[in-house]
Design a protein around this ligand. Structure first.
Ligand code: Z5A
Ligand code: MG
Length: 221
């Protein structure tokens, strides 16, 4: 049977170390001779991504529904590329994905009420390529806050981060119920070196090639 590349997603709270570890993982895999591509959402280089970037930096205002759909559209515009890379045998390491989209949008509140229902948030991402594994970088919001750069963009307040954490827990439980082993917790509160080791132990067995089709997110319900 033909093998394909692995689709590996890194998710987690702001400042949990996703981008640091995604870059290290990519370099390590490339060094081991694995064909690998690093992707990141939001991908701020496309025209949709530039609108998201302007919104995140607060240089434009957008309705919450609109920005949620833009994040999803940003993934859909790159979905074919992900599938093509996987089919060509390339491992895709992806820094944030649909789970960020749902966790953040479903956690927005105005005058103590949720702005966007969870099911509404999940709907536009149904059918996207499903990761073979999502590494959830688990860290206490207070520990993430102690790291550099916190607080410069929207959403980075600690109460929001607490709700985001709960939404991630729900997403993880749903993913595990559907496909056990597809959502794995990583202790992101450790040193960079120890997180790197934990990630490597989880990921390296997958990068020898995966048999079978790429799944689709949330189509079976
Ligand atoms: N968002 C959304 O709402 N909907 C969507 O669909 C998507 C995203 C895809 C911007 O994302 C926002 O978009 C985000 C969610 C929302 N929310 N906010 N605000 P982004 O991915 O562009 O955000 P970012 O600027 O890359 O930050 P980040 O992802 O939150 O950080 P990180 O990648 O997890 O952490 P890092 O950059 O690797 O590390 C942060 C700092 O900690 C840095 O100084 C590191 O040197 C340090 N660090 C890293 N690891 C460690 C360890 N182990 N120990 C100590 N210090 C460490
Ligand atoms: Mg990052």
């Amino acid at each position: 049977m033909l093998t394909r590349g692995a689709f590996i997603v890194i998710e987690g709270l702001d400042r949990s170390g996703k981008s640091t570890q995604a870059a290290v993982l990519k370099e390590r895999l490339a060094g081991e001779g694995v064909q690998v591509e690093l992707m990141k959402f939001p991908d701020r280089t496309t025209s949709i991504g530039q609108m998201i970037d302007a919104y995140l930096r607060s240089s434009i205002e957008l309705d919450d529904h609109v920005v949620h759909l833009l994040y999803s559209a940003n993934r859909w515009e790159l979905a074919t590329r992900i599938l093509d890379l996987l089919a060509s045998g390339t491992t895709v390491v992806c820094d944030r994905y649909a789970f960020s989209g749902i966790a953040f949008s479903a956690s927005k509140i105005k005058t103590s009420n949720r702005v966007l229902p969870y099911a509404w948030c999940r709907a536009p991402d149904a059918g996207l390529p499903a990761p073979d594994v999502t590494l959830f970088f688990d860290i206490a919001p207070s520990a993430a806050r102690a790291r550099g750069g916190y607080g410069e963009e929207r959403y980075e307040r600690e109460d929001m981060q607490g709700r985001v954490m709960q939404a991630y827990a729900r997403l993880g439980a749903e993913m595990e119920a559907e496909r056990p082993g597809s959502w794995v917790r990583v202790d992101a509160g450790q040193s960079v070196e120890n997180v790197t080791k934990e990630v490597w132990d989880l990921v390296s067995p997958l990068t020898r090639g995966i048999e079978g089709e790429v799944g689709k997110l949330w189509v079976g319900e």
